[in-house]
Design a protein around this ligand. Structure first.
Ligand SMILES: [Zn+2]
Length: 327
């Protein structure tokens, strides 16, 4: 894998290319950025670089070490994903620590890739700090996290942090096209637009056919007219864990709200779901819901804080035509 496979982030790529060319990559690197912006891809490239045995620029992509790294079977590259139970707990970190001092099997270096370090608890972070204080010369640690602030300042001061940003929609579309060459271009562009240019989320959306987003949108729409606020709050809080997913759900919700308005005006060819959701709601109410949903989507396009957005979203969707609240 080459740095060029990482979308956008030209500055980070330039800096890393320089460091790799000079063989001067630090012993511990932290990659931060939101879900789907390429952290895992970059971690894979750095791991491949560290085990590559080419004379010239590394990773060469073709030596036996690179090939094994690409297949995920290199004995000197250890992946631990914080999302898997126990993978970054204190016990696991102690094992990593003792393993790090043992010489590599096949390559010059050994790599530990610790994904989703935001899941690493403080005792485990403290255990990890010990190996960072005196890292063995043959080891590269690559950490990823949605935010560097999830790690102790003592860890942050010992790692080199690279911040990744999601690519623009156009850049993302190019990458997604490379990853899913068989998908029709139109479908692919739509997936990228719906996820605001987030490659990981666009791929998930393409692979799942958007079923999860559709279901979430329907659950939200169903909860909007309910007298109690809680059901809607529950549904909205589920989607705001991740910006790209939330954006994708809100796009589905906009389509759904438009369908529901049509159903309210007696248009025949609306989906059965929209017809049932619109049942019992006045045309005026359906239109207000559509307006609120569209506003909610446009607000999310600005870089709002997702925690605040979740609470705001619930109130915004329940707003009546005068700006007060239904229910
Ligand atoms: Zn190589």
């Amino acid at each position: 894998m080459r740095l060029s496979e990482l979308a956008a982030n030209a500055e980070v790529k330039y800096e890393l290319a320089e460091a790799m060319h000079r063989r001067s990559l630090p012993h511990a690197v932290l990659i931060e950025g939101e879900k789907g912006c390429g952290k895992r891809t970059l971690a894979g490239i750095l791991a491949e670089y560290a085990v590559c045995s080419a004379e010239g620029d590394r990773p060469c992509g073709v030596c036996p070490n690179c090939l094994k790294a690409q297949k995920g079977i290199h004995p000197d590259i250890v992946w631990a994903d914080g999302n898997q139970s126990g993978a970054l707990n204190i016990e696991a970190i102690r094992n990593i620590r003792s393993g790090a001092y043992i010489k590599p099997n096949e390559a010059e270096n050994k790599v530990y890739v610790l994904l989703q370090c935001e899941k690493m608890l403080i005792p485990a972070q403290n255990a990890f700090l010990k190996v960072l204080e005196e890292p063995p010369a043959h080891v590269l640690f690559v950490l990823t996290s949605v935010s560097a602030t999830s790690l102790l300042p003592t860890i942050r001061s010992r790692v080199r942090t690279f911040s990744l940003y999601p690519p623009s929609v156009d850049e993302a579309a190019k990458v997604v096209q490379r990853m899913r060459p068989d998908q029709p271009l139109e479908q692919l562009t739509e997936a990228v637009q719906r996820t605001g240019g987030n490659i990981g989320a666009a791929i998930t959306l393409l692979d799942s056919g958007g079923e999860e987003e559709q279901q979430a949108a329907e659950a939200i729409y169903r909860a909007i007219p309910m007298a109690a606020e809680y059901p809607l709050l529950l549904q909205t809080s589920r989607i705001v864990q991740n910006r790209a997913f939330a954006l994708s759900v809100l796009n589905c919700l906009c389509d759904l709200a438009a369908e529901c308005v049509k159903a309210g005006y007696g248009v025949k060819d609306v989906s059965p779901t929209a017809a049932s959701l619109a049942e019992g709601l006045s045309r005026r109410r359906l239109t207000v819901i559509q307006r609120n949903v569209q506003q909610a989507r446009s607000v999310l396009n600005y870089n709002v804080n997702l925690n605040f957005y979740g609470t705001w979203l619930c109130a915004a969707l329940r707003r009546n035509e005068n700006g007060g609240s239904y229910g």
